[in-house]
Design a protein around this ligand. Structure first.
Ligand code: THU
Length: 134
């Protein structure tokens, strides 16, 4: 069933669920991302690793690239989770890829105590590089 405009908690659960499909035999770190487009649609991603390590890709970028493939280029929020439901912060590369599509995207994760925490992308990547002047 397609979930539209889920709550932050629901979105974290969707991300944790996506992480169960992670292909991460090298790191063993199973990451899931659940991205919400401006139309409320949820787009999922998980990390996919490769025996040529540098070719591995993070869950967040899989979600963003899938969304763009579907014609969705504006995002409200993204939840990131490990498969066991614990939180993980987005890496620098993923922050920059998200930044291409907006600075006010909400990043939802969990802190070490399991409490839901949210950040604005602009606070996670201040003074960011962009060629679009936005
Ligand atoms: N990973 C993500 O999927 N997202 C992040 O933001 C950080 C790291 C993945 C990449 C790799 O498969 C594993 O976690 C260990 O770095």
């Amino acid at each position: 069933m397609q979930v539209t405009d889920p709550s932050d908690e629901e979105l974290l659960n969707l991300a944790a669920n996506a992480a169960k499909n992670s292909y991460s035999p090298y790191s063993g770190i199973r990451v899931g991302a659940a991205l919400v487009g401006e139309n409320g649609e949820v787009i999922l991603g998980t990390n996919v690793e490769n025996s040529s390590y540098g070719l591995s890709i993070c869950a967040e970028r899989v979600a963003v690239f899938t969304a763009v493939t579907k014609g969705i280029r504006k995002f409200k929020k993204i939840a990131i989770s490990l498969s066991d439901g614990s939180g993980i912060m987005p890496c620098g590369a993923c922050r920059q890829v998200l930044r291409e599509f907006g600075r006010d995207i909400l990043v939802i994760t969990r802190d070490k105590t399991g409490k839901t925490t949210t950040f604005y992308l602009d606070d996670l990547l201040p003074h960011s590089f962009t060629l679009k002047g936005e």
